[in-house]
Design a protein around this ligand. Structure first.
Ligand code: 4AD
Ligand code: MG
Length: 429
């Protein structure tokens, strides 16, 4: 395996034009044209064609190998370079009797998700997960450079954040039951009082029986929380975050967007300011467009899609009826039946990507709301402490990473945006 040649990632091959290098990878494709063969090698960073190498003639797809040779600029090659192979060494040959199961033919969604552990090597999932990486990096960079401290919150939790109907229950040693977290928000409220501005970024779980293109049972959420902040600060921060993330994807992931045939003009129009409307107005717009929604009802997926058709960029909807929202929302001063919350509805029918708002900071009001929601006081006693000891107005939000990635990619279903999706009917591989 040892070679004196420098081991180079395919993404960096262009920096070595005219030099001899070594590539370690897998055989992605072998095209034959008369006597000439064109192996295409991938190494996780890119693909590189080589020419005229007899020993590779019968090599099977996804066999692993080392190849050594000289990098040559070739305008017609994908990536702009080819390798003139001088020698090759097969590390593991995929057997003829059990060939690599994924071929260029159409396989169908179920087959591909059953073979997700292998399918990840293909161009499309590779492009989508590259964009996911960019989205996550952009989110972190945005918060890190705007004074937020990352504080990770627990996954085993004794109490619900977003209502008890979507909790996954876990046996926790002797008699105790705990739940997988639906949101880090309640803990964020504590850490925001310690650090001023915080964010948590991790997996969250919802036992939602909805089998839609927008729902996973395990998804990643980024949740900022700010002390001395109001609903308007949430809108401002969410708008900046979304625009920053989109600019990053456009700047760094053109190749991936091209693989996905993304209409980048739609991404380019994600610019501030986003339109801001009230729930009242949103209901009127929806009714005029033929939706069945009545004032007091929650938006369905179809309503979110209808609403997004009215705008060329995301739209912010605020002041929802408190009765359809979680217990912790600060009521509107003039119309206490409304919650000071906001949903950001993505453009192009990608649905709600951000939900958040201002939290109740008054002790008595919070106790009253918890009673109305039939929540036991004991598991939330520590949360009430935050209102006993130096309570201040505070606010925050959560953005679902998979929905954001699906939107950036312009793909139909959220299941493709995570390496191993967990859904109502899928927990494998
Ligand atoms: O609107 P949600 O339920 O808000 C919260 O959990 C708040 N506690 C967040 C906060 O204020 N810190 O969820 C926030 C976002 C949604 O807008 C959506 O993008 C995403 O999380 N989300 C899901 N994504 C994929 N699959 C699901 N089942 C999702 N449920 C919510
Ligand atoms: Mg929501």
């Amino acid at each position: 395996m040892m070679s004196s040649l420098p081991r180079v990632r395919i993404a960096d091959a262009g920096k070595h034009a005219g030099e001899s290098i070594e590539i370690a990878g897998w055989l992605y494709n072998l095209r034959r044209s008369g006597k000439i063969i064109f192996p295409l090698i991938r190494d996780g960073s890119g693909t590189l064609p080589e020419t005229l190498f007899e020993e590779l003639r019968n090599l099977t797809q996804e066999s692993s190998l080392l190849v050594r040779g000289k990098v040559r600029a070739e305008a017609r090659a994908p990536g702009g370079y080819e390798l003139d192979i001088e020698s090759a060494q097969v590390l593991q040959r995929v057997g003829e009797e059990q060939p690599y199961p994924i071929t260029p033919k159409d396989h169908g969604t179920e087959f591909l998700f059953d073979h997700r552990h292998l399918h990840l090597r293909s161009r499309r999932p590779h492009a989508i997960l590259g964009i996911r990486h960019e989205v996550i990096k952009a989110i972190r960079d945005y918060f890190d450079s705007n004074g937020f401290t990352l504080v990770d919150t627990p996954i085993f939790t004794p109490a619900a954040c977003e209502g008890t109907t979507t909790l996954f229950e876990v046996d926790y040693f002797d008699e105790e039951k705990v739940y997988l977290t639906q949101s880090g928000q309640l803990y964020n409220e504590a850490t925001a009082m310690a650090f001023g501005k915080v964010y948590t970024f991790g997996p969250t779980f919802r036992a939602e029986k909805s089998k839609t293109r927008r729902h996973l049972t395990e998804f990643w959420m980024v949740e900022p929380e700010m002390a001395f902040a109001t609903l308007d600060d949430v809108k401002q921060t969410a708008e900046e975050l979304i625009c920053f993330m989109t600019r990053r994807v456009l700047a760094n992931r053109q190749e991936e967007l091209q693989v996905l045939e993304r209409d980048v003009a739609r991404l380019e129009s994600i610019q501030p300011p986003f339109p801001r409307i009230s729930y009242d107005d949103a209901v009127k717009i929806l009714q005029a467009k033929g939706s069945e929604i009545q004032w007091g009802g929650d938006f369905g997926g179809t309503d979110e899609t209808l609403l997004s058709e009215e705008f060329d960029r995301p739209v912010m909807v605020d002041r929802f009826p408190a009765q359809i929202k979680a217990f912790y929302f600060q009521p509107d001063e003039l119309r206490p039946e409304l919650a000071l919350g906001v949903d950001v509805i993505a453009s192009e029918g990608y649905g709600e990507i951000v939900g958040g708002g201002q939290r109740i900071h008054d002790y008595n009001l919070l106790v009253q709301k918890m009673k109305e929601h039939n929540l036991p006081e004991e598991p939330y006693n520590w949360y009430l402490d935050l209102r006993r000891f130096g309570s201040v107005p505070h606010a925050g939000f959560g953005m679902g990473v998979e929905r954001a990635v699906a939107w950036m990619c312009g793909i139909e279903h959220i299941r493709e945006t995570i390496a191993f999706p967990r859904m109502l009917y899928r927990t494998r591989p």
